[in-house]
Design a protein around this ligand. Structure first.
Ligand code: AQP
Length: 344
């Protein structure tokens, strides 16, 4: 078991995380989440990975696209190295305990807590009156996603840290209000050099599947030429690359490309800078493009192969949902008893 998932709490270590099937997967999802899920799975700790389709519909999703994106995400998980026998892979809507516990957490979480969520502010923007109620309540459902498994560790990118902190607040308030020690207080696991992969067009913005500019991101389904072209066109500055980390200060685009290189080659930023310090971007970008193609092409080829058999993917998801329910159902039942719901 890695150091990151060791715990001193009374709860058995268990990892939960999810990704929204809200469009194509990006290099940000891969480095910030999927690659790390695979590393965690390989430590042997019980790992549960979800395609959070109920989160995805908090903003409009075309039904056919949602179906396809859910299967594609499942294919992406497997192509990245998740083994559906070792890890539990399923889509959220097929385990109703998430939404059931989510309702209880809607009654535990406070309006003020939700209003402070930066993702709500960013996504709802100035038009919050027109945003869905689901988008506002999203973090309470995310708390249920985690706590319905008594998960103790949540590997996420930097952008999800605040939501995991809210999950901790909800678990603490529930335990306090009902005078129980029922829910664990889960830890966000945010580690590595790529916890926040930035847009290739703007080093101050997160790389995101919903960014209107396709040039801002590398999609896991991009072919080698597209990857090379996007990296070639990535925004940079006119200076040569520095030889130490201090030299990246104030150079967000340069930092981003170096971080991506370090994460893909599984080495430190220091080691990368020792190798490439002094080079111009015109020399560094082809190295990065070759590395990205090398690492991502096998994933994209395997995803395409898996996508040819939708029935097989659906079978994997259905089996995963069954296994997930075996854990979630007794925890929800116990929650209902604690809350005082007759019949539980
Ligand atoms: N750019 C990123 N860098 C590092 N980690 C990232 N993650 C997403 N983008 C980056 C991590 O991927 C996991 C799943 O995220 P998600 O797809 O469920 O939601 P998101 O964070 O809102 O991702 P997107 O791409 O920005 O989706 P849209 O555009 O639909 O909102 C999380 O662990 C996240 O941290």
């Amino acid at each position: 078991m890695s150091e990151a998932v060791q715990t001193s709490s009374a709860f058995t270590p268990r990892v939960f995380s999810g990704i929204q099937p809200s469009g194509g997967l990006t290099l940000g999802n891969y480095l910030g989440a999927m690659k790390r899920f695979v590393d965690t799975q390989n430590t042997g700790v019980q790992s549960i990975y979800c395609m959070v389709d109920q989160h995805a519909i908090t903003v409009w999703q075309d039904p056919e696209n949602l179906r396809r994106a859910t299967r594609e995400l499942c294919a992406g998980y497997i192509a990245s190295g998740l083994d559906p026998e070792k890890s539990i892979l399923f889509n959220q809507s097929q385990v109703p305990e998430h939404a059931q516990l989510g309702w209880i957490f809607n009654c535990v979480a406070r309006m003020g807590w939700m209003q402070r969520m930066t993702q709500w502010k960013d996504k709802a923007g100035k038009n919050s009156q027109n945003a869905s109620l689901g988008l506002f309540a999203y973090p309470a459902l995310m708390a249920a996603d985690i706590l319905v498994y008594h998960a103790t560790h949540v590997p996420v990118g930097e952008d999800q840290k605040q939501h995991v902190e809210l999950t901790r607040d909800i678990a603490t308030k529930f335990n306090h209000d009902y005078k129980v020690d029922f829910f664990p207080i889960p830890e966000p696991v945010i580690e590595g050099t790529a916890t926040r992969v930035m847009s290739l067009r703007d080093g101050s913005k997160k790389m995101s599947k919903s960014d209107p500019s396709d040039a801002s991101r590398i999609n896991l389904t991009d072919d080698a030429d597209t990857i090379a072209k996007k990296i070639r066109k990535a925004k940079t500055d006119p200076e040569a690359l520095p030889s130490d980390v201090e030299g990246l200060e104030g150079r967000s685009e340069a930092r981003n490309l170096v971080n991506i290189y370090a994460a893909l080659s599984e080495t430190s930023v220091d080691a990368v800078l020792a190798e490439i310090g002094g080079k111009q971007f015109s020399e560094f970008k082809p190295l990065l493009a070759d590395l990205a193609v090398d690492k991502l092409a096998p994933i994209s080829t395997e995803m395409a192969r898996l996508m040819e058999d939708a029935a097989e993917i659906d079978k994997i998801l259905a089996r995963g949902a069954e296994r997930a329910r075996e854990i979630a159902a007794p925890i929800l039942k116990e929650t209902y008893k604690i809350v005082g719901m007759v019949g539980a």
